[in-house]
Design a protein around this ligand. Structure first.
Ligand SMILES: *Cc1c(COP(=O)(O)O)cnc(C)c1O
Length: 392
C-alpha cells in the first residue's frame, strides 16, 4: 500500500513549520521557491545578524574555503587565532574555546565551572540558574534551562542545577552553598519572551558572586555581538562576567559559538574539552568578518538608532490595537500583546510576507538584521499594523 508522501516527510517533524520552502535571501529579505518575498524580522533567530548572504560573509567563506577548510583542532590555524584575539580584546576576557552551537558552548561553560569548582572550591559543582532561562537543547543545557515545559522532559535530568526566580537576589544568596560553583544567566532572557535581567540585578549578582567566591557565567548567545546596541549585553551594566558564551550572531548564519573565560578561571586540562569541528578555519574566518563589521565605526550607534525606531513603531502599533508595552534593548525587542494573540498574528503576518516570532502566546519577538534599514523597519511596522487590523 502506498501512502502519499509529502515533500516534507523525510525530515523529522520536530516543530510546526509552515509549508514554505526558502530558496534565497538578501539582507532583510527571504525568497521562497515560488519567488515570493518576505521581510524577515526573525533572521534565523537573531543569527544572520548582518542579514542574509551579506557580501562580507560570502567573501570570507569563499576566500577561506579556497585556502583551508579544516586542519583539525589538534593544530593551530590563523582564523581561529585571530578571532580569539579579537574576541578577548573586545570582551576583556582572556581565553576562548570555539564550538559549533550555543548549547555546545554552554555545555563547555558548565564543564568549565565544574572543573573550576573541583580545582579551586573543594569539589563544588552546583550551578544556580534562572527560572524560565534558556541555555540550549543538550541534556545538560536543558537541565540548566528553566523552561517550564521541559520540567519533566527526558528524565532523569543532569543533576546540579538549582533554579531561582529571575530578579530575586535573596533567592540567589540563599541558593549559594559550599557546593555552588557558579551562577549562570542570560542578560536578557530571549526564549522566555525578552525579559531583561536588569542592570541593577546584574551588578548585584556580580557583587554577590565575588563576595561568595563563585563564578558569574553570562549566556550572551542571543544578546552578544551587537544585538543590544553594545558589543556584549553586560556592557550596559558596566560589569564583566568570569565566563561568557557566544553563539547565534557570532557566525552571522554559520555554525559558530564560543566559550570565553578569565585567565584564572580558564582551567581545562588536556582531554577535558574538544570537538572535531571546533575552531575550524572556515567558520572562524566568517566570525572574523562578522566581528570586524560590528566593531566598525558607527555600526553599534546605528543598531541603537534602528532599535529606537523599531521600538517607537511597536509602541504605535501597541497603541492602535490595545497591546501592552515593549521590552528589550537594541534590536532584541518584544511586544507584550496582553492577550494570547501571538500565534494568529505570526500566521497572518507570514501570509502577508512578514516574518516575526511569538516566543510566548502573548508576546511577539523581533530580531531583525542589525543592518536593517529605516525603510524596512517602517515597512515592517506598516505590515504588522495591517495584520493586526485584520485580526482586531
Ligand atoms: C539560542 C540560544 C542557546 C542555544 O544555542 P543553539 O545554537 O541553538 O544551541 C542558548 N542560550 C541562549 C540564550 C540562546 O538564545
Amino acid at each position: 500500500m502506498t501512502v502519499p508522501q509529502s515533500p516534507f516527510s523525510a525530515l523529522m517533524d520536530i516543530t510546526p513549520r509552515p509549508p514554505v520552502v526558502f530558496a534565497d535571501g538578501q539582507g532583510s529579505w527571504l525568497y521562497d521557491t515560488t519567488g515570493r518575498r518576505y521581510l524577515d524580522l526573525v533572521q534565523g533567530w537573531a543569527v544572520t545578524c548582518l542579514g542574509h548572504s551579506p557580501a562580507t560573509i560570502v567573501k570570507a567563506l569563499t576566500e577561506q574555503a579556497g585556502r583551508l577548510i579544516n586542519c583539525s583542532p589538534a593544530y593551530y590555524n590563523e582564523p581561529a587565532l585571530r578571532l580569539a584575539a579579537g574576541l578577548t580584546r573586545a570582551s576583556g576576557l582572556d581565553q576562548v574555546f570555539f564550538a559549533n552551537s550555543g548549547a555546545e558552548a554552554n555545555e563547555g561553560a558548565i564543564k568549565l565551572a565544574r572543573r573550576w569548582g573541583e580545582t579551586y572550591r573543594g569539589g563544588a559543582y552546583e550551578i544556580v540558574t534562572m527560572e524560565n532561562g534558556f541555555h540550549g537543547r543538550t541534556l545538560a543545557t536543558m537541565s540548566a534551562s528553566g523552561k517550564p515545559a521541559w520540567k519533566t522532559l527526558f528524565e532523569p535530568k543532569v543533576p546540579g542545577f538549582v533554579k531561582v526566580p529571575l530578579g530575586d537576589l535573596d533567592a540567589v544568596e540563599a541558593a549559594i552553598t559550599d557546593r555552588t560553583a557558579a551562577v549562570m544567566l542570560e542578560p536578557i532572557q530571549g526564549e522566555a519572551g525578552v525579559i531583561p535581567a536588569g542592570d541593577d540585578y546584574l551588578r548585584a549578582l556580580r557583587d554577590l558572586t565575588e563576595r561568595r567566591g563563585v563564578l558569574l557565567i553570562l549566556d550572551e548567545i542571543q544578546t552578544g555581538m551587537g544585538r543590544t546596541g553594545r558589543m556584549f549585553g553586560f556592557e550596559h551594566a558596566g560589569i564583566r562576567p568570569d565566563v561568557m558564551t557566544l553563539g547565534k550572531g557570532l557566525g552571522g548564519g554559520v555554525p559558530l559559538a564560543a566559550l570565553l573565560a578569565r585567565r584564572e578561571v580558564s582551567c581545562f586540562q588536556h582531554g577535558d574539552q574538544g570537538g572535531t569541528f571546533n575552531g575550524n578555519p572556515l567558520m572562524c574566518a566568517v566570525g572574523l568578518a562578522v566581528l570586524a563589521e560590528i566593531a566598525g565605526a558607527g555600526f553599534l550607534e546605528r543598531v541603537e538608532a534602528a532599535g529606537a525606531r523599531l521600538r517607537q513603531g511597536l509602541e504605535t502599533v501597541a497603541m492602535r490595537h490595545g497591546f501592552g508595552g515593549v521590552r528589550g534593548q537594541g534590536l532584541l525587542l518584544a511586544l507584550d500583546l496582553g492577550r494570547p494573540a501571538g500565534p494568529a498574528i505570526v500566521e497572518a503576518a507570514l501570509a502577508d510576507g512578514l516574518l516575526i516570532n511569538a516566543p510566548r502566546p502573548d508576546t511577539l519577538r523581533l530580531m531583525p538584521a542589525l543592518t536593517v534599514s529605516d525603510d524596512e523597519i517602517d515597512e515592517a511596522m506598516a505590515m504588522l499594523d495591517a495584520v493586526c487590523a485584520k485580526l482586531d
